[in-house]
Design a protein around this ligand. Structure first.
Ligand code: GLA
Length: 731
């Protein structure tokens, strides 16, 4: 992508002159402009002193000037101006009925909050606008950062209590994004559940409010904190204006999408307001999570590509150069809890033989963990299964030229564990009430300092004692009875925020102490995937559903928001445990190769032919993984729309394009629809390499990018559950 220069300027309305220098300025009226990539975002202080959206969309000429915004008209006595003004951050006051960004209860029972512009600061890449309540010493710093390449805006807010007394935040958001008034918007989001995550939904935006949320303590898979909004169209993958937003928060969250009284659309996000409060003492500040927003005029596909680019270049650990994902083997589906030294060594030998680069031992290696009924919390090596500790296995794995990874679930405890017997008070609970178990386990209260320190110390020791390159960090239930009895009554609900902050802190400290460590975020599949956790983990596990056909649908939903660079996908057994569906090994490989490839099958059951086929597939994958993990993804045919699914990834340097094609079922003699590639250079010549499957016999070996994109290519796929893969190399 062309690297466009970007800048933030503030324009005084009197002179409309640019001022590039930073600093602190006090003045009654301001307009602020942010440019990044192909996006312009403009806000201003209106005639009522409120911070108001002016423009968010395609980049405008630098010479474009903006006037001071006017607050919205009061429609009638039923809709005061506060409801029709597109305020960037608003307190609950002045007759506001749309979603507030901040709602506070003061100790005297007063709940009115009216925020007005106080001052602002700008620096090269940031804008902070400080708002203050009209009478109380409450300050909100409304924070903006724009990404220079993608134009993705990062919003957050810092609430400061300088009132002299504590108060209770009842609801807080990172900020509100506003879309221009229109009547034909549609909302894209995902729903899901265990083994059925990433189910894409699309619905018109009507009057009223749509709330996407998690009340579960963590991100959850029932919704994901990501949305896209475009104008209704039949061809939205490639064309049209799209606004998107995603919240970087792994606790309970909500995104409210409101069509207001004048058909403006507001998108407000933050910690979930349900059962929420945060007790903020005098002198303390509350920093909200980051809420990202972006714009693309290249359809939903273009919006996804921007997000992928942003995640890889700006968000992931080690960005802009996160490491490519190694091909891994994971023992879970092969052995479940029955892990031991001999069995794991035998699997490791077989995994190395097919070209695996990382061997991961899953659940079952610690405490008295022979099933999911016991052991969580006791993170010491099980002496029966590993009489000499983990060292012999790790040495063996290293001797096979692989690195070693280990499964942990540090935030959980089984009641049947030494830890729980010693510290029953360490779990989330309401005093004197039953403790509801999920998968026979309870959630440790990470908001407690002693629990935070214990978890950090246990993991640190595990990593000091063993040469571990990778942790698969799991989290296998949601909250119940979210009490924190040791905290004073008025601070009980701080647990929602403090738990997540503590989780992030542990991840961060571990990374600092062990800079080469890589971590996967897993939560019984894809229940903890968001832009918050992505900043601290190197990959995610999208679903426990490893049926390679189901995966096509899951992976499509996943890539709307998240990059294939972090999307782990394993080749597992056939028939699959999920659906009892039989799939060829090739099909299973090609499906998993659309993301970060892993193998999770029981290699002890494989034939010599399986090993030979796997060796070849993994070798091919290594030759294309950079394209798949870093390139631009084009979703050419959706598995939701017919019998076919086709994706294409084009490498960043434009030298390679990799296409995967899948056929669910042939019928009535129809051939596979023609595939029209995208993202190629019209005039360059590309040579075709068929890695799997066959093309129609009149397919040229070489052709221009224009030919592959406009004439297209015919792949011969017939039967049920067939797959093909071809590569175009630019000459
Ligand atoms: C979760 C994970 C699985 C596996 C099991 C182990 O379900 O998603 O991949 O690690 O836990 O108990």
């Amino acid at each position: 992508m062309k690297h466009l220069t970007w800048f933030i300027v503030f324009i005084t309305t009197a002179a409309l002159a640019f001022q590039g220098s930073g600093g602190t300025t006090r003045a009654p009226q301001r307009v602020f402009r942010l440019d990044g990539g192909e996006v312009t975002y403009v806000v201003g202080v209106n005639d009522s002193g409120q911070l108001q959206m002016i423009y968010w969309g395609k980049r405008l000429p630098a010479s474009q000037e903006f006037t001071t915004p006017k607050s919205g008209q009061s429609l009638s006595s039923f809709d005061m101006s506060s409801n029709t003004t597109p305020q960037e951050f608003t307190g609950w006051g002045e007759g506001l009925y749309v979603e507030p960004d901040l709602k506070i209860t003061f100790p005297d029972g007063n709940r009115d909050l009216v925020l007005k512009y106080a001052y602002h600061t700008t620096s090269r890449d940031e804008l902070d606008v400080v708002m203050k309540d009209i009478s109380r010493e409450i300050y909100v710093k409304v924070q903006y950062h724009i990404d220079p390449t993608t134009g993705i805006v990062r919003r957050s807010a810092e609430v400061s209590n300088r009132t002299g007394t504590p108060f209770t935040i009842e609801q807080v958001a990172s900020g509100t994004y506003h879309l221009p008034r229109a009547t034909n918007y549609q909302l894209h989001y995902v729903t899901g559940r265990w083994a059925g995550e990433w189910d894409l939904q699309q619905q018109p935006i009507h009057g009223g409010k749509t709330v996407l949320e998690s009340r579960r303590g963590t991100t959850g898979s029932q919704n994901n904190p990501w949305i896209m909004i475009n104008h209704a169209s039949d061809h939205d993958e490639d064309q049209g204006d799209v606004w998107f937003a995603a919240l970087g928060w792994s606790g309970s969250w909500q995104i409210a999408i409101v069509q207001d009284a004048v058909k403006g659309v507001r998108v407000t996000a933050g910690p979930n307001a349900f059962d929420f409060s945060y007790y903020l003492k005098n002198g303390e500040t509350f920093q909200t999570p980051y809420f990202y927003g972006g714009f693309s005029d290249r359809g939903v596909g273009g919006a996804s590509r921007l997000l992928h680019r942003f995640e890889v270049d700006s968000l992931l650990p080690h960005a802009p150069h996160p490491k490519l994902r190694p091909v891994l083997y994971n023992s879970w589906e092969a052995t479940t809890f029955n892990v031991d030294e001999t069995g794991q060594m035998a699997l490791a030998e077989k995994a190395a033989d097919i070209g695996v680069e990382r061997f991961v031992m899953d659940d079952g290696w610690f405490g008295r963990r022979n099933s999911d009924h016991a052991g969580l919390g006791d993170w010491t090596v099980n002496p029966t299964k590993f009489p000499h500790g983990l060292k012999p296995l790790i040495d063996k794995v290293h001797s096979l030229h692989m690195d070693f990874g280990l499964w942990v679930e540090p935030e959980m405890v089984n009641p049947d564990s030494d830890l729980y017997r010693k510290h029953p008070e360490w779990v989330l609970n309401f005093k004197g009430r039953p403790r509801t178990e999920g998968r026979n386990q309870l959630v440790l209260n990470l908001a407690r300092e002693d629990v935070h320190d214990y978890v950090l110390q246990v993991l640190d020791k595990l990593l000091n004692d063993n040469d571990i390159a990778f942790l698969k960090w799991d989290y296998n239930r949601n909250w119940s009875e979210p009490g924190s009895p040791a905290a004073p009554a008025e601070q009980q609900k701080n647990v929602y925020v403090n738990f997540t902050r503590s989780y992030y802190d542990i991840l961060q400290k571990l990374r600092e102490k062990h800079p080469n460590l890589e971590i996967e975020s897993c939560s019984g599949g894809g229940s903890r995937v968001d832009l918050g956790v992505m900043h601290l983990t190197d990959e995610v596990w999208p679903s426990d559903n490893t049926d390679a056909y189901d995966r096509l649908l899951l992976q499509e939903g996943f890539t709307y928001a998240y990059t294939p660079a972090v999307m782990m996908a394993w080749v597992t057994e056939s028939p699959t445990w999920v659906n009892q569906r039989s799939l060829s090994l090739d099909y299973r490989f090609l499906s998993a190769m659309q993301g970060s490839l892993g193998v999770g099958a029981n290699l002890n059951k494989w034939t010599q032919e399986d090993f030979a086929a796997a060796r070849k597939m993994i070798e091919t994958y290594k030759s294309i993984r950079e394209t798949v993990q870093r390139g631009d993804l084009y979703r050419l045919m959706s598995p939701r729309e017919g019998e076919q699914s086709v994706t294409e990834s084009v490498s960043r340097d434009g030298k390679q394009a990799v296409t995967f094609a899948f056929l669910h079922s042939s019928s009535q003699l129809y051939p596979f629809p023609r595939i029209y590639l995208r993202g190629l250079d019209e005039n360059a010549t590309y040579t075709l390499r068929v890695a799997h499957g066959t093309m129609r016999d009149d397919t040229p070996q070489q052709a221009t990018g224009g030919y592959w994109m406009h004439h297209g290519i015919d792949v011969e796929l017939r039967g049920d559950l067939q797959a093909a893969m071809f590569i175009l190399d630019r000459q």
